[in-house]
Design a protein around this ligand. Structure first.
Ligand code: FE2
Length: 258
């Protein structure tokens, strides 16, 4: 909680226009966890920055959580879309148009995983079809597009995540994103902060990792100017968060494991 308070200082610095959370606010999606998570993010909601979030697999782990719509209820008022007629699956895709130059498209890739050793995700086909339609809409023309999903479409070296942990339809998702000339794919789920460029896919992939996990703390700070993206990595100093001064260069995918 202390780390989240420190992180919220960035959102309240006046220099941040948008905060994106890529999911996993809870462990099992209990009502108590959701109540705690909602209270913890309030400083971000109160901040001048826009707030966009998507669900993580831990937020939708059981069928009961999904049936009771605990995620949607907890984040009520924060899942609004500027293109509501594009929604096909609850609040998804969620679209926000920021200023004249940026659009955000949030998708839900998480689903219940009743078998404990499986934590894979999948973007429902109707959301993927809606994503393609949204990306072609005139409202998004000339904007830099952030596509946000919890599951990472690839690991830090560009190789696919495992079947038990990864995005089951990553290839279809990447194919839908490939048409974006100026954009980035933002994700989480993998506990590592990385940036990777895949061959033939326009938007680079940025995995936030975990902002709070002990010794793996990380996040990304993006700047979009004239349709061009620069990205700096955020880190935990032991007392607070700071953004590294230099940009992190995109890493070309080599498909090998480190
Ligand atoms: Fe996750």
């Amino acid at each position: 909680m202390e780390k989240l308070d420190r992180l919220a200082e960035f959102a309240n610095s006046g220099e941040v226009d948008l905060v994106v959370f890529s999911g996993d606010f809870t462990a099992m999606g209990t009502r108590a966890e959701f109540a705690t998570a909602r209270a913890a993010i309030q400083p971000f909601v109160n901040s001048p920055a826009e707030f966009v979030c998507v669900a993580g697999n831990h937020d939708l782990y059981t069928r009961t959580v999904v049936r009771e719509k605990r995620f949607e209820t907890t984040f009520e008022g924060l899942l609004e879309s500027d293109l509501p007629d594009s929604r096909v699956d609850g609040p998804w895709p969620l679209v926000r148009l920021l200023g004249d130059g940026v659009a955000v498209v949030g998708l839900n890739s998480a689903k219940p995983n009743p078998i404990p050793w499986r934590s894979s995700g999948r973007i429902p086909p109707q959301q993927l079809a809606a994503l393609s339609e949204v990306l072609a809409r005139p409202e998004l023309e000339d904007r830099f597009v952030f596509i946000v999903t919890h599951y990472a479409p690839c690991l830090a070296d560009g190789s696919p995540d495992t079947r038990a942990h990864g995005l089951e339809n990553a290839e279809e998702f990447l194919r839908a994103c490939a048409v974006v000339e100026r954009g980035a794919i933002l994700c989480g789920h993998v506990h590592e902060t990385y940036r990777v460029r895949l061959p033939a896919i326009g938007p680079e992939i940025f995995c936030a990792g975990s902002a709070t996990m002990h010794e793996l703390e990380g996040f990304w700070m993006y700047e979009v100017e004239d349709g061009r993206l620069s990205a700096r990595r955020g880190r935990w100093t032991g007392h607070g968060y700071e953004v590294e001064p230099g940009q992190v260069a995109p890493r070309p995918a080599d498909g090998s494991s480190e």
